[in-house]
Design a protein around this ligand. Structure first.
Ligand code: NAD
Length: 385
């Protein structure tokens, strides 16, 4: 089957790309912008800076700054009300994946009736939303480059995944300078999210030659820069490398797919509010070990691309080194086990069946090199606990 590739029509990548926000909205013929962000970013002064950049081009703005991590349908509803009240004709998301995903949800609900729940899954949004410019401040989810939004349905405690080209930002301003303020733990968690995007896009049943190239580049950059970005936060080369890697990870997975790690990670986020990158990291070694036999040459190539194995090693040896390397990376980045995150065994066991069923319902595990059944997913959760 032919591969379909969707990426934003305009990408500006590099230091101070954020300064182009006004020019981009002018190009899009927009006059009044909703700035979507979270309380930390608003407090840092960044949304004020964006408002000033827009003013220079004669564009006015209103700020909705209440996005919470792992955003919910309520966040989207609140932002939509402010957009309508102020008659905004476009949006700019300034923040991590949570702000960008919330803005995507607001954008499509501004022009479509119904609720986000109606759009869950692939290609179910009837009409294009209002134009959105994405400015990521984490590196990261890659959401600035994806046709994906992940919003929690608060009635059912499920992280809904919606995939549709209408969710693509009209432009992304990928400015690594905005990530320099990330503390070590956030840098680590979002960096492992990026690595997981690269790996899952590459081993997915939906991988294609275009996403393979981008995914391997993403993995190479993580291998080169993640440790330095964590241990030396002011290292601009490392920050720039991780920002590029994050955008590439988004491009790769959204045009291939994520697999079992993401499928199992979303229910942990929905149930226990573990940050998304961290829950991925908690699962990555266990799920990789389970999946290896389904795509051994590809996992071996991941090991070589990360610099964990040499070309002369057999695929089997390289895969062993990959597992060891992922465990060591988690230790170095101080990723706790699920049991060390304040989640009791009783709590975890009481929801593990629902989590397995929600994971399967998301569709992501079906793209994994080995497709598990519900019992195998339960075992994997308990092994990772
Ligand atoms: P986030 O947006 O939830 O932000 C986490 C925290 O980091 C917040 O408190 C925020 O204020 C803070 N923060 C953001 N930038 C900062 C900076 N530069 N310096 C210091 N602090 C900063 O985190 P995230 O990991 O970027 O996004 C996670 C969300 O993205 C999850 O809901 C996940 O499901 C979703 N996601 C979406 C896609 C997609 O393609 N749409 C892909 C992967 C993940």
């Amino acid at each position: 089957m032919a591969a379909r590739i969707n990426i934003p029509p305009s990408l500006h990548i590099g230091a101070n790309a954020i300064d182009l926000a006004g020019q981009e909205f002018k190009r899009l013929r927009r006059k009044h912008v909703l700035i979507v962000s979270d309380p930390f970013i608003v407090g840092s002064g960044l949304t004020g800076r964006v408002s000033d950049i827009l003013s220079e081009e004669g564009i006015t703005s209103t700020t909705f700054g209440d996005v919470q991590p792992d955003p919910t349908d309520r966040n989207v509803r609140d932002g939509l009300a402010i957009l309508k009240e102020n008659e905004c004709d476009s949006l700019i998301a300034v923040g991590g994946g949570s702000s960008i995903d919330t803005a995507k949800g607001i954008s499509v609900l501004a022009t479509n009736s119904g609720s986000l729940f109606d759009f869950m899954g692939y290609d179910r949004i009837p009409k294009a939303g209002l134009p959105l410019i994405a400015v990521p401040t984490t590196a990261g989810t890659g959401s600035e480059c994806t046709k994906v939004t992940v919003i929690t349905d608060t009635d059912r405690d499920v992280k809904m995944m919606i995939l549709d080209p209408y969710l693509l930002p009209a432009a992304a301003l990928v400015d690594y300078k905005l990530t320099m303020s990330m503390p070590k733990s956030l840098t680590a968690h979002v960096g492992v999210d990026t690595l997981t995007h690269g790996i899952e896009a590459y081993v997915s049943k939906k991988a294609n030659p275009m996403t393979d190239t981008i995914a391997l580049s993403c993995i190479t950059l993580v291998g080169l820069h993640l440790r330095n970005a964590c241990n030396d936060p002011k290292n601009e080369i490392a920050r720039e490398g991780m920002m590029l890697s994050a955008s590439q990870g988004g491009m790769a997975f959204a045009n291939s797919s994520v697999c079992l790690v993401h499928g199992m990670s979303r229910p942990i986020g929905a149930m226990f509010h573990v940050p998304h990158g961290l829950s991925n990291a908690m699962l990555l070694p266990t799920v990789t070990e389970f999946s290896i036999l389904g795509a051994m040459p590809r996992y071996a190539n991941v090991a070589r691309t990360l610099g964990l194995s040499r070309g002369s090693d057999s695929d089997e040896d390289a895969c062993g080194m990959l597992i060891e390397g992922l465990i060591a990376l988690n230790e170095e980045l101080e990723v706790p086990r699920i049991s060390e995150y304040g989640i009791s065994q009783k709590q975890f066991a009481s929801v593990v069946e629902k989590m397995a069923s929600d994971a399967l319902a998301s569709g992501s595990p079906q793209n994994n090199p080995i497709v598990p059944d519900a019992d195998e997913i339960i075992t994997l959760y308990l092994n990772a606990y």
